[in-house]
Design a protein around this ligand. Structure first.
Ligand code: B12
Length: 235
């Protein structure tokens, strides 16, 4: 029943992936009682992503802002439908913005928010984490934006969590990263982000490129998204 309810909001259906995650022991106390999640990913436009191979473009910047609002609207609508069915849920924003209270010193120090959409996605069995810390979906590679909805009750999990990387020896994103943020180590659920990827180096370079190329105050690059062969495979 929940599957049909969600599917009804994902139009066109082929541009989306979704799955259910068991999050026991993975969320902090703020989310007490929420032990499950829905992960939703919306495919990015291939022409726009192919075009950022030499740096961010204004089309990419506008595209990701548009998908963020679309995903926020979709999760809001799913949440409302679930409430009507008596199912308690909590939609999580696609990203944070400068106007957000969580955009504070703690965030700037850790570059970590309360809910990692990538973690919900791996738990939902939708893919793994690549060498530049992107979520690589089995359907669209890293060419997607993610969002999550937390639930108190099991929605009917029918997949297995992914626990390790499938990037193997591929190092294309590591070499292409203009920040030199990754060291090539493979991800698994026991490794911390900082052991294979420096988010501060990435953020600094994203800010630099956004200003230089687009004259905007934003953190945007996307070269790792564009170069990944898993994404290209489907374009
Ligand atoms: C902080 C942040 C950044 C920071 C830091 C990036 C980073 N890689 O950590 C900065 C500003 C640099 C950044 C940049 C970008 N970001 Co950003 N960012 C976020 C944000 C807001 C929070 C992520 C966070 O809290 N990280 C903390 C760490 C600890 O968690 P994590 O990296 O999400 O996931 C780790 C753990 O969860 C763990 N893990 C995964 N599964 C499991 C399972 C278990 C059991 C355990 C224990 C652990 C575990 O492995 C992961 C890697 O170490 C998310 C939105 C969100 N709420 O998730 C978007 C998000 C990660 N960003 C995204 C994107 C697209 C980008 C950019 C490409 C932006 C751009 N347009 O150019 C760049 C490229 C970044 C890159 N190569 O990673 C997408 C990623 C999509 C994808 N395919 O992966 C997200 C999910 C936004 C979205 N709604 O889609 N970002």
């Amino acid at each position: 029943m929940i599957k049909e309810l969600i599917s009804g909001h994902l139009v066109p259906r082929e541009s989306f992936v979704f799955g259910f995650a068991d999050l026991h022991g993975l969320l902090n106390d703020k989310f007490e009682g929420y032990e499950y999640g829905i992960s939703i990913g919306k495919r990015l436009d291939d022409i726009i992503v192919d075009d950022i191979i030499n740096g961010p473009t204004i089309e990419y910047y506008n595209h990701y802002k548009k998908i963020n609002s679309e995903l926020a609207e979709i999760t809001g609508n799913i949440h409302a439908d679930l409430q009507r069915e008596g199912i308690d849920s909590l939609p999580v924003e696609p990203t944070i913005s400068t106007g957000d209270d969580s955009y504070n010193e703690e965030y700037l120090r850790t570059l970590t928010v309360d809910i990692s959409h990538k973690m919900v996605a791996t738990r939902a069995g939708l893919g793994w984490i690549g060498k530049t810390a992107l979520f690589i979906s089995t359907e669209f590679g890293p060419r997607l934006r993610l969002v999550s909805i937390l639930l108190r009750k099991d929605p009917g999990i029918d997949s297995f969590p992914v626990t390790e990387s499938e990037c193997g020896k591929c190092n294309l994103c590591v070499v292409k990263c203009p920040a030199g943020a990754a060291n090539g180590k493979l991800w698994n659920t026991g490794i911390k982000r900082e052991e294979f990827f420096d988010p501060h180096k990435c953020r600094e370079k994203c800010g630099e490129l956004a200003y230089k190329k687009l004259k905007v105050d934003a953190r945007i690059c996307g070269l790792c998204v564009s170069i990944c062969p898993y994404g290209k495979k489907f374009s």
